[in-house]
Design a protein around this ligand. Sequence first.
Ligand code: ADP
Ligand code: MG
Length: 339
Amino acid sequence: MNAENQNNLDDEFNDDALNAYADRSKRRPRKTGRHPKQISASNYDFVQKQDDTRTTFNFTYQAARFEEWWLLETLGAFYEHQWIADVLRKVKVGKEASVYLCKSGVGVDEPLLAAKIYRPSSLRSLKNVQEYRLGRLDLDADGHKLWKRADIKAAAKRTAYGEEVRHTSWIAYEYQTMEALFAAGADLPKVYAKEKNAILMQFVGDLESTAPILNSVSLDADEAQALFARMIFNIDLMLAHGCIHGDLSAYNILYWNGALKIIDFPQIVLPESNPSAWKFFQRDVMRVCQYFFAQGVDCDAGKIAADLWTSHGYRTFKQLDPKYLDADDPEDRRAWQER
Ligand SMILES: Nc1ncnc2c1ncn2[C@@H]1O[C@H](COP(=O)(O)OP(=O)(O)O)[C@@H](O)[C@H]1O
Ligand SMILES: [Mg+2]
């Protein structure tokens, strides 16, 4: 890596949010997503030495100084549990997260995995986060609905601890949704494990190249028609499983070996309980249709959205159920008053 690149990477990771996060998280990462295999003695060495040296997990990817610390902190537990054996390269710095290509640990049924690591400030970078959260009960790190009153209050009051609770819930929604939809037969990467700030999933691509986003791909007419039908199948399947993607477009669909994989699920919207669900659903369908229309597919987004939506028994006007609102949350109170 040349000096200029190194400096750029240092800048990228040398921000105040990351430093504040580093101070808060001196403790060891949580241990979830256990690999069925035993942890070997050499990995116990890693656990013991990590806090002193932080160099035992040497990876191929040449990370900048802050980035290296960040990778050890977020991916250390995946290594410890033998989900990954190496970090090979950085794939992409996205809106909220950075994605790295990892070599899988022994016994994992995929040779390569993608580690999606959230930036500490990721929640703040999404506009109107609250609108997605409406009707969603926050989840804890194990994917259970929050039950401690203190956590619920902190999340509503948006204290510093409450922001952490929300962040954890955001990631838990992405993991849980991907797991459920994959099991239901939807086209998305299989997820393997989750840590406090990262998700490990099937890598779409190969050692040399990453699957392009669909938006950068030109399809011939027959393929466009077939893939469009497959996307409508996926949108319908998601709705049948009580979920709207919420940020679906050709930017969050990967194209590889003639097939599609939908990614980026943390903001999923619940059709039953989010008052803006119909609006989000229409937007998802419209953006997908926009891409396929440009590829020569004759599609009427409004009609497709309305047909799918009503076929699942939903109504095309705002619905708001007080059972999903928190009386202590000013934003929830405002939504109720504005209904
Ligand atoms: N499983 C994966 N396999 C290959 N590339 C991926 C995978 N997941 C994400 N990416 C790459 O990382 C980028 C950002 O991921 P995404 O989940 O969309 O996060 P963001 O919220 O930051 O947009 C994607 O556009 C894609 O290029
Ligand atoms: Mg994305």
